[in-house]
Design a protein around this ligand. Structure first.
Ligand code: 7TS
Length: 405
């Protein structure tokens, strides 16, 4: 991988922050966008901007064709069987809410359970929690071990408690743990329990094959995979999507409307109400092509090298407390120092031009579990370098010194 040339693809990286070259290590929150993605959006508005699925005029047809080609690109990217299994949403959060409001509204009854894990982002907790309250159902949680891996010792027992759906993240946004989703899907399916995978943190780092995984639903956001904000995907097996009622009502999702009655549209349009985010969809397609050109395998290998190097270097600092030391990890590092507040470290790093995330990372139950108010989190992408990690380590050292004086 030629990282120098890759960095030139990302115009935002070439700037100074607080007088220092920007070192962007907040990729788990959102990734930066390559010029090709920015150009795709701009080209769309310069050449074919038009509303889709409704015009006989040429521009509308071109925009519709571009959008539907992008759907096929997404389908191939995650190896879905059919293009109608790809529903465009605003992002992971909306995709999970869509399933919560349709699947679970339909199938979750009083006394049933939804099973999640202790490492979930709020987006994969709150929709289920609220639904369980409404339905008098139970929210069950797979606990974690001290190293940040899931504790699977009682998972069979949990799956036996009238579970309607298992909703679990592929990779933890805080700990970087890669969860054993293949095993969990297999276990759940043995009991005829469908599974939703939150792939927000994995889709840009691991190859996803939904047919091989055999998951029932899979959700992700464009902005965490070098595509624009405001676009995301819900993958669902056709059989499931056909069984679900619409999520929202209005234009696009209908075939025929009379004042008395409406006939809903076919998949996937039944779930895509109103004018879609065409620029986002096209940006997502270009981001996928960009990732494929570099190669997801190469990306995973390179990011793993960065993770190993950064872990080693940070480990040399006295008093470091790592959160998440699972055997299978993606390039996310969460840590603390005894007696130092995470946000103080973040603020000093920012003065040095280094962007990391601090706080609870939208995973407050996990913070409670770890007995910390928050962590410092550095998350790497393939445009980051060893030299940047050296500067980051120097920055952490400096912050630690300043804050313990
Ligand atoms: N699930 C996981 C595992 C996530 O990491 C995130 C966002 C979401 C769901 C929600 O995604 P959205 O695109 O709908 O907002 N995670 C983070 C983060 O770690 N820092 O900022 C956002």
């Amino acid at each position: 991988m030629n990282v120098t040339s890759i960095r030139n693809d990302f115009p935002i990286l070439n700037q100074t922050i607080n007088g220092k070259p920007l070192i962007y290590l907040d990729n788990a929150a959102t990734t930066q966008k390559p010029q090709v993605v920015i150009d795709r959006i701009s080209d769309y508005y310069k050449t074919i901007n038009s509303n889709v699925h409704r015009g006989v005029h040429t521009l509308s047809q071109r925009a519709t064709e571009a959008m539907e080609n992008a759907r096929i690109t997404v389908q191939k990217f995650i190896n879905a069987k059919e293009h109608r299994e790809i529903v465009f949403t605003k992002g992971t959060t909306e995709s999970i809410n869509l399933v919560a409001q349709t699947f679970a509204q339909q199938f979750l009854n009083e006394g049933d359970s939804i099973l999640i894990s202790a490492v979930e982002h709020h987006a994969n907790i709150v929709p289920w929690q609220q639904l369980c309250k409404q339905k008098k159902a139970n929210l069950l949680v797979i606990p974690i071990l001290e190293n940040g891996e899931l504790d699977l010792s009682n998972v069979d027992e949990l799956l036996s408690k009238n579970v309607t759906l298992l909703a679990i993240s592929h990779i933890s946004n805080v700990l970087g743990t890669i969860n054993p989703i293949e095993l969990l899907i297999e276990k759940a399916h043995k009991k005829n329990i469908p599974v939703l995978i939150d792939a927000a943190q994995s889709v840009a780092h691991e190859t996803i094959d939904v047919q091989k995984l055999d998951c029932d639903f899979l959700v992700f956001s464009g902005h965490k995979m070098y595509a624009p904000m405001g676009i995301g995907v819900l993958y669902g097996k056709t059989d499931w999507l056909n069984k679900l009622p619409p999520y929202q009502f209005g234009g696009e999702m209908i075939l025929e409307v009379r004042f008395e009655e409406t006939i809903f549209n076919e998949l996937p349009f039944k779930f895509e109400t109103g004018t879609p985010n065409v620029e986002g969809i096209l940006g997502l397609e270009t981001a996928i092509h960009y990732l494929q050109k570099i190669g997801l395998k190469q990306i995973a290998e390179y990011e793993h090298k960065l993770l190993t190097y950064a872990t080693q270097k940070l480990n040399e600092l006295s008093g470091i407390i790592f959160h998440g030391i699972a055997k299978h990890k993606s390039a996310v590092l969460s840590f603390n120092f005894q007696g130092i507040h995470n946000s103080d470290i973040g603020a000093i790093l920012d003065q040095l031009g280094i962007a990391v995330r601090t706080g609870h990372h939208c995973a407050q139950p996990l913070m409670e579990n770890l007995c910390v108010p928050g962590t410092v989190r550095a998350s790497f992408a393939f445009y980051n370098t060893k030299e940047e990690i050296d500067m980051f380590i120097e920055g952490v050292k400096m912050a630690k010194k300043m804050l313990t004086m």
